[in-house]
Design a protein around this ligand. Structure first.
Ligand code: CP
Length: 311
């Protein structure tokens, strides 16, 4: 197993395959902690983590908090509305003040692409990107890849289709970077306005008919339409989107029985995914959420300088 030498995690684009594999292997070891009656190890005892979320979150914020508590770290949660960003303080000044308050790790969700890297280059505290605009969401990418690897035992050679609003999706970017580095074949599917051909330069295939990918896919990862980041209409209406790109029951019936149905959440039932399909036997949506704890434990532990997984 290679070692981890970074204090920050700002994106999967900057990691090589060995580093991604290291985090996945570390997460696999940490997953065992969640199966014990006493779900806690002393690995980050004495460390302080600040969850600083300037955008809404259910899964990511809660799972970073649970991950940090399982590692015995002290956790403080602050939000945009409860912070002095409201009074005109800059992000950098706010972060410097959190560092002055002896935060060892700052987990940041922010609407500006590059905000985590900006802080990582200016602070000694570890900075973990919990989603920066439409740029990256590296721990979501890792937990998606972890879930796929856990089910198939490998990533190399798998056909992964990512369907929906790719243009505005940080989850899509982190998945693309990570999956390609580990040897998956990635197909992006959606309307040409949200999945332009220019994505092909990343090394993926781009198609505009979901029916063309159903029979071959090992994984279908569905994305929500990111209305909050769109500044104009990218397709005529939700009805047309469902008709052309929704994973309906009829479409799900064309998938291989072994195909995983994934979604990073929050899901919009009846739009990108039929409600019964979301709850069906091939769906691993809630397993993804559970795996997020182990993946985030691995990221926090590794960036805080841990070596090997504590017993
Ligand atoms: N997948 C994800 O990032 O969900 P939250 O916005 O609830 O954190």
């Amino acid at each position: 197993m290679s070692s981890w030498k970074r204090k920050d995690l700002t994106g999967l684009d900057e990691l090589d395959a060995d580093e991604i594999t290291f985090l996945l292997d570390t997460a696999r070891a940490f997953k065992g902690v969640g199966k014990r009656s006493l779900k806690k190890v002393p690995a980050l005892r004495g460390k302080t983590l600040v969850n600083f979320f300037v955008e809404p979150s259910t899964r990511t914020r809660t799972s970073f908090e649970i991950a940090a508590m399982r590692l015995s770290a002290d956790v403080v949660n602050i939000s945009a509305t409860a912070s002095s960003l409201q009074k005109g303080e800059t992000l950098k000044d706010t972060a410097l003040n959190l560092q002055a308050l002896q935060a060892d790790i700052i987990v940041l969700r922010h609407s500006s692409p590059g905000s985590s890297r900006f802080l990582a280059e200016r602070l000694e505290s570890s900075i973990i990107n919990a989603g920066d605009g439409a740029h990256e969401h590296p721990t979501q990418g890792l937990l998606d890849i972890f879930t796929i690897r856990e089910k198939f035992g490998r990533i190399e050679g798998l056909n992964v289709a990512i369907v929906g609003d790719i243009l505005f999706s940080r989850v899509a970017r982190s998945n693309i970077f990570g999956l390609l580095k580990l040897g998956a074949k990635v197909t992006l599917v959606g309307p040409s306005t949200l999945v332009p051909k220019s994505f092909e330069k990343l090394g993926v295939r781009v198609i505009h008919r979901i029916d063309d990918v159903l029979a071959e896919a090992d994984v279908v990862n569905l994305l929500r339409i990111q209305h909050e980041r769109q500044r104009k209409e990218y397709f005529p209406g939700l009805g047309e989107y469902v008709a052309l790109f929704g994973l309906t029951k009829a479409r799900a019936a064309k998938l291989k029985p072994s195909c995983l149905i994934m979604h990073p959440g929050p899901i919009n039932r009846g739009i990108e995914i039929d409600s019964d399909v979301a709850d069906g036997a091939q769906s691993v949506i809630l397993e993804q959420v559970t795996n997020g704890i182990a993946v985030r434990m691995a990221v926090l532990y590794s960036c805080a300088g841990g070596a090997g997984v504590p017993a």
